[in-house]
Design a protein around this ligand. Structure first.
Ligand SMILES: NC(=O)c1ccc[n+]([C@@H]2O[C@H](COP(=O)([O-])OP(=O)(O)OC[C@H]3O[C@@H](n4cnc5c(N)ncnc54)[C@H](O)[C@@H]3O)[C@@H](O)[C@H]2O)c1
Ligand SMILES: O=C(O)C(=O)C[C@]1(C(=O)O)C=C[C@@H](O)C=C1
Length: 301
């Protein structure tokens, strides 16, 4: 049985539009309603026929929803939730796709007291944003991490998990704080490093911009893709997951200092041993047959 009959998606950018496309492709009988605060995004969504209905207010989009998924930047979650509070049916479930979970859960609890809130995070995306960047297969073979509050209704949790399975994701359950720590190192810190290295390269006085572009065939090119990610989204992630990111950044800085010392003192063994260890990690991921873009969060099967 389908987990939901009427799904409302608020925020029709990369993730919201991908979810709308995926639901329509994989569960064609589900009615999908959309809303975005930006009128230009609503116009585009109508032009590309993204949803069964696009409303001009947040309230109108949820009046008959049995699931509402908030797909807005993480620090906009509370405001988006507050806008639907008066029109939300009593038995509707509210979820979200935010890249960090503890702060978002606190915002949703404050805006929607007493409501059923089951957050989730599809660990899938690209550096692009907006309604035309989305695609129906984005979540296939990727993880979606569901982070229910401790007292969540197990039936509601299972319905949200089933929605993600239906669009092709593998579902993992996680405590919100633990999620934030894991994603700080697997997703947020790599983005911070990419933003830094591309910024550093562009600030150099004795290496020209054109040289940076011309010779960026290797590793640097991958960093530029990540560093092209949406500024609003990532500003919000770093501020909303501040504690976990600062903790991981501290550890990273210490490890970087150790490498700096090894280079300064010609400690080839230290460099070789680290690079051997990291190569083994990469190879064991490949041997386990895992997609390198889909980290294993302790899954045993
Ligand atoms: N981009 C990724 O790779 C990725 C992956 C997984 C999860 N996420 C999470 O998904 C969410 C959306 O990210 P995205 O990449 O789709 O961003 P996006 O910029 O493509 O889309 C966000 C949309 O939200 C709209 N919006 C902003 N505030 C709003 C409000 N108060 N009410 C209604 N609409 C509002 C914007 O107009 C925009 O169209 C974020 O929380 C992000 O952390 C992103
Ligand atoms: O592949 C990318 O472009 C991404 O950045 C996707 C990515 C990630 O770091 O893996 C980014 C943010 C998310 O919340 C989930 C996925």
């Amino acid at each position: 049985m389908l987990p939901f009959a009427r799904v409302t998606i608020i925020g029709l950018g990369l993730i919201g539009s991908s979810l709308a496309r995926a639901i329509r492709a994989d569960m064609p009988t589900v009615r999908v309603t959309g809303y975005d605060a930006d009128p230009a995004v609503r116009d585009t969504a109508r032009r590309i026929d993204l949803c069964d209905d696009i409303t001009d207010t947040a309230g109108a989009s949820v009046t008959d929803a049995d699931l509402v998924v908030l797909c807005v930047p993480v620090r906009a979650m509370g405001a988006a939730a507050a806008e639907i509070a008066d029109d939300l049916p009593v038995d509707a479930i509210v979820s979200d796709v935010g890249s960090c979970k503890a702060d978002v859960l606190a915002q949703l609890n404050a805006a929607l007291p007493g409501r059923t809130i089951i957050p989730a995070h599809p660990v899938a995306g690209t550096e692009n944003s907006g309604p035309e960047a989305g695609f129906a297969t984005l979540f296939k073979g990727r993880w979606s991490i569901v982070t229910p509050p401790a007292d969540a209704d197990p039936i509601a949790v299972e319905r949200v998990a089933e929605l993600w399975r239906r669009v092709g994701a593998d579902v993992e359950m996680m405590d919100p704080a633990h999620h934030d720590l894991v994603l700080a190192v697997t997703s947020h810190l790599p983005h911070l490093i990419a933003y830094t290295i591309v910024g550093t390269a562009s600030d150099l006085e004795n290496v020209t911009q054109s040289e940076v572009i011309k010779y960026s065939a290797g590793g640097f090119r991958d960093f530029t893709r990540i560093a092209a990610s949406d500024p609003t989204m990532w500003r919000d992630v770093f501020l909303a997951n501040k504690d976990a990111v600062l903790e991981m950044l501290q550890r990273f800085s210490e490890d970087l200092s150790a490498l700096q010392r090894a280079i300064r003192w010609n400690d080839g063994d230290a460099l070789f041993n680290l690079f051997t260890r990291t190569r083994a990690i990469r190879r064991s991921i490949i041997e386990q047959g895992q997609d390198d873009a889909k980290p294993d969060f302790g899954r045993s099967h």
